[in-house]
Design a protein around this ligand. Structure first.
Ligand code: ADP
Length: 432
């Protein structure tokens, strides 16, 4: 501030001195004008220096200046230096980020707000065939043309990655995950999951083959055991006990094999193959009747239909899922409990089928793991009631194939609610 006051003093001094000189010579007006002119010349000279300096290369020292001008030049110089250091720091951070992205085995692609290619690393060039010389500014879907990927890209819901075939090599499988950042820009991360997929496929084939191979020997064993049981009059009592244990275990193994085969069918068979419009009300009533039959009247089972819309799906798969739920409700609740099957509207015009019981319930720590294969809360109870530990895994798979999900609500001592939630896209007509 004091430089500014000095400058005003300088102006006042010139005007007063030349004003007095002018008055002494009989031309006070000319004297003041001369004082102002000298100050103007001084100002213009410094302006010219400033202008020249701004046009010169960035790191040149500022010109010398007097008073407020010297201070102004110094401040501008310090500001320029600060900006330069900031720029250098940002440049080095950017370089390191690019170098680390370059060293990644995953493809990284930056997209602008329109979905056009902005920057990518060499892994992305290799995985999806980009060319850094020509492709900048082109839309991503010109390179990843798989219809499933285009749907995923447009849907803007990037919570899960999508798996597609590599555009450059059909034998390879890529997992693509998009995240949003900045001003509606997007970052695409591409991983080559071919090896993982092959391992997964080998595992599935192995389980399916073993289950299939076990089927025939098991049928033979069961046949013999049943025949011997039918003619067990001549057998000693200890043999009879052994035979009935054998029969129990062979039946259990048969259920296990059937459930494993069902699971591998769900994992491998094509989706949407057998889909058609299903009368859910009729299906639910039928399932409730099956549950009643299994319980043999020991439970009170009711069916409540609050929704009328038909659902698009595979009836056999849905029947298997809902049967698993109602059988579980019968097997894991004490006699006398109430079980309710509800078909109702849910969440943004979707629909839900709920199987609710007022049995012993399940502790919260088990809930997230219930749909894992062979996960049981109480193994001996599950085995004794003929459970395989695969029922809820089957339910989850069936629902996944119907774009639906399973929600489980339960508290110990307060029963359980297994809710299958279907999106509105699976329902036939809009709600009334
Ligand atoms: P399982 O063949 O053992 O029934 P599931 O996958 O169908 O296998 O179920 C997993 C576990 O979830 C069961 O072992 C049981 O402990 C628990 N469970 C399932 N349904 C209920 C229910 N309605 N009430 C209490 N526990 C249940």
């Amino acid at each position: 501030m004091h430089y500014w006051l000095n400058e005003l003093w300088r102006l006042a001094y010139l005007v007063i001195c030349f004003g007095i000189l002018g008055t002494l010579l009989g031309y006070p007006g000319w004297g003041i004008a001369l004082g102002l002119g000298i100050h103007l010349a001084f100002t213009l000279r410094h302006l010219k220096r400033l202008y020249r300096w701004l046009e010169a290369p960035v790191d040149q020292r500022p010109p010398d200046g007097e008073g407020v001008w010297g201070d102004l030049f110094d401040r501008l110089y310090r500001y320029q230096k600060g900006q330069q250091q900031l720029q250098n720091r940002l440049r080095s951070v950017l370089k390191r980020v690019q170098e680390s992205a370059e060293s990644m085995s995953e493809g990284v692609v930056m997209l602008d707000s329109r979905g056009c290619l902005d920057w990518w690393n060499s892994a992305a060039e290799r995985l999806i065939g980009l060319d850094s010389r020509h492709d900048r500014g082109h839309h991503l879907t010109n390179y990843l043309r798989d219809p499933a990927f285009i749907r995923y890209f447009r849907k803007m819901d990037y919570s899960e990655p999508i798996t597609i075939g590599a555009p450059t090599n059909e034998a390879r499988t890529l997992s693509c995950q998009i995240t949003r950042f900045g001003d509606d820009e997007r970052l695409l991360i591409i991983r080559d999951v071919t090896r993982l997929q092959r391992l997964e496929q080998t595992r599935r084939d192995f389980v399916a083959n073993v289950s299939h191979e076990l089927r025939t020997p098991l049928t033979v064993l069961t046949g013999y055991v049943e025949t011997w049981q039918d003619n067990d009059g001549a057998l000693p009592a200890s043999y009879k006990r052994g035979l009935s244990r054998m029969q129990e275990q062979t039946v259990r193994m048969q259920h296990l094999v059937e459930d494993l085969l069902t699971l591998s069918r769900l994992e491998t068979s094509e989706r949407h193959h057998n889909e058609r419009s299903i009368d859910m009300a009729a299906l639910c009533e039928q399932i409730a009747e099956d549950g009643q039959e299994l319980s043999g009247g020991s439970h009170e089972i009711t069916c409540r239909l609050e929704e009328t819309r038909r659902l698009f799906g595979d009836v056999e798969e849905l029947r298997s899922a809902l049967t698993n739920l109602i059988y579980n409700a019968v097997r894991y609740t004490p006699p006398g409990c109430h079980i309710t099957l509800v078909y109702r509207r849910w969440d943004k015009n979707g629909a839900a089928v709920e199987v609710i019981d007022d049995g012993d319930g399940i502790s919260p720590e088990h809930l997230p793991r219930l749909t894992e294969r062979f996960y049981r809360v109480d193994k001996s109870r599950s085995v004794a009631s003929g459970g395989t530990g695969l029922g809820l895994a089957i339910v989850k798979h069936v629902l996944l194939r119907h774009d639906a999900r399973l929600d489980i609500e339960s508290q110990p001592g307060e029963g359980a609610c297994f809710r299958c939630i279907f999106p509105v896209t699976r329902l036939e007509t809009a709600p009334a």
